[in-house]
Design a protein around this ligand. Structure first.
Ligand SMILES: NC(=O)c1ccc[n+]([C@@H]2O[C@H](COP(=O)([O-])OP(=O)(O)OC[C@H]3O[C@@H](n4cnc5c(N)ncnc54)[C@H](O)[C@@H]3O)[C@@H](O)[C@H]2O)c1
Length: 283
């Protein structure tokens, strides 16, 4: 039995907790041997709403946004796996302490690891304490092929993201440049490191690709606002000594949080299966 602690009771956290609680998803058996031990969120209401959906809600429910506020040291000892599905801030607050206690960690807000110092720190502490850090593929596909390709030479990784203009409504970079989007418009072209800086909406996808492949400086990103699309679309082109691959994803938004792709929650649940099941297919 793997005892689990959850940080973040929003769209992804809710799907994960329901999956663990029922040991099934969408009517399909998951074969998980897991139990929820704690949930944490900075919003009391989110905790309450999540727990109402569970047959066996966790006994420990803490409201707060950092390790000290929630008394993390006392509760983390009781679990085997900590799942962060909250925010980049939560990664910085909770992940290192969990690893310091020797706990395995799953990180959904992978954008926090676009910061090379943070990535190195997580790796160092995980190695020192012999912990695993799981980073689900999230909203994209192709991480398996990219990881295989990265064993040898990769010449190029290109990500082209196409989203409806509303997705960029709050974006400072677009606002400051007065970009008016009436037709498909290229908003940005450059390295993943700059894409992450100017387009936090894209941070998770760019970071996951960079970590699996050739890093944030060499991964090339194009961001397009397109009034004719409804879904978030990602096209990934990779070339290397293996040959070439092209992956295209058209994501349906999560019913709970339209900013999050439904596939992201599913990828977290699939990672739980990977942790639980003796047979793991895919790189
Ligand atoms: N890897 C991917 O491809 C991918 C895809 C989608 C979302 N994400 C990321 O996963 C995370 C969760 O996404 P979501 O759609 O469930 O978000 P959400 O907004 O629906 O839920 C996040 C929850 O975490 C809580 N929270 C945030 N920071 C916190 C903190 N420091 N301490 C305690 N609680 C905190 C919020 O109150 C909220 O209830 C986000 O960071 C998002 O960017 C990753």
């Amino acid at each position: 039995m793997i005892r689990v602690g959850i940080i973040g009771c929003g769209a992804i956290g809710t799907e994960i907790c329901v999956a663990i609680d029922r040991n099934s998803y969408d009517g399909r058996d998951l074969g998980l041997d897991m139990r929820l031990f704690f949930v944490i969120d900075r919003n009391e209401d989110k905790i309450k709403r999540l727990c109402e959906r569970l047959s066996n809600p966790p006994a420990v429910r803490r409201c707060g946004s950092n390790a000290k506020e929630v008394g993390f040291d006392d509760i983390v000892e009781e679990v085997d796996l900590v799942i962060e599905c909250a925010s980049q801030h939560a990664v910085r607050e909770f992940v290192i302490p969990a690893l310091e206690f020797g706990k395995d960690v799953m990180i959904l807000s992978v954008g926090a690891l676009a910061d090379e110092n943070m990535l190195r720190r997580v790796e160092h502490v995980a190695r020192k304490n012999r912990c695993r850090v799981y980073i689900p593929s999230g909203a994209i596909a192709g991480i398996d092929g990219l990881k295989s390709a990265a064993v040898s030479r990769i010449y190029e990784v290109r990500l082209t993201t196409r989203k409806p203009p509303e997705s960029f409504a709050d974006n400072k970079y677009v606002r400051e440049r007065g970009i008016d989007i009436k037709e498909p418009t290229v908003l940005f072209e450059g390295s993943a490191i700059d894409a992450v800086r100017y387009f936090p909406e894209n941070v998770n996808v760019a970071a996951a690709l960079s970590i699996a492949g050739i890093g944030t400086r060499k991964t090339h990103v194009t961001i397009i606002a397109d009034p004719s699309v409804r879904e978030n679309m990602h096209e990934i082109n990779i070339s290397g000594s293996f040959g070439k691959m092209c992956i295209k994803i058209e994501n349906i938004p999560s019913p709970i949080n339209p900013k999050t792709s439904y596939l992201a929650a599913m990828s977290a649940i699939a990672t739980l299966k990977t942790i639980s099941n003796p047979i793991n297919v895919g790189t």
